[in-house]
Design a protein around this ligand. Sequence first.
Ligand code: IYR
Length: 226
Amino acid sequence: MAYSSVPYRAERVSEGEMLDRAVAFRDSMQTRRSVRQFSPDPVPRQVIELAVETASTAPSGAHRQPWTFVLIGDQETKRAIREAAETEERENYEGGRIPPHWREALEPLGTDWRKPYLETVPWIVVLFEQRYGIDTGGSKIHHFYVKESVGIAAGLFVAALHNAGLATLTHTPSPMAFLSRLLDRPENERPFCLFPIGYPAPDCEVPAIERKHLNEVLVEAPGTGV
Ligand code: IYR
């Protein structure tokens, strides 16, 4: 059955205002960095909830909203996640599970198997993708473009946290199946990304990387003109 439709009257701003807003948002997002050193300072739970609400505005295939955000705030679970993530990552880095081309790509970032920040942060959010849904009668509901939909939600989540003045890291300990067990998630869900969330540590440092310039990421299709 079709949805009924409702009027949509989005605010229309002048071009000047539009440019100002676009510049301000670009400038703000340019200051975002992925962080691996966090402060243990507490962060209000409500801010995380608001960021999840923002993330959950993401468009999704057939509006199935195929995501679950799992909030972790207790020290014991954080420690269990750290231990399991480090066990896997140690095998990756020291057990030779990372192929040479991957090791080379990571070397400039200086990452290793140690993930102490998983215990330092006030909050961890693990984003799960729902490979399919389950209706109230227990039947499976098809989900569409799950990776794309959840990826967009993850991007909005990162932006929402940054906008609130918080830092995070898109962390994908590999393999991530331990998160399903530790967090007792149902069979239809798979871990997509783990987000340690907090303030950067006062002595936090990040790699001196640069972002690609506009002309490296935007090309004109033939016939577009000026
Ligand atoms: N998941 C590992 C390895 C890793 C992979 C990529 I690609 C990175 O950009 C960073 C790390 C880890 O967390 O160390």
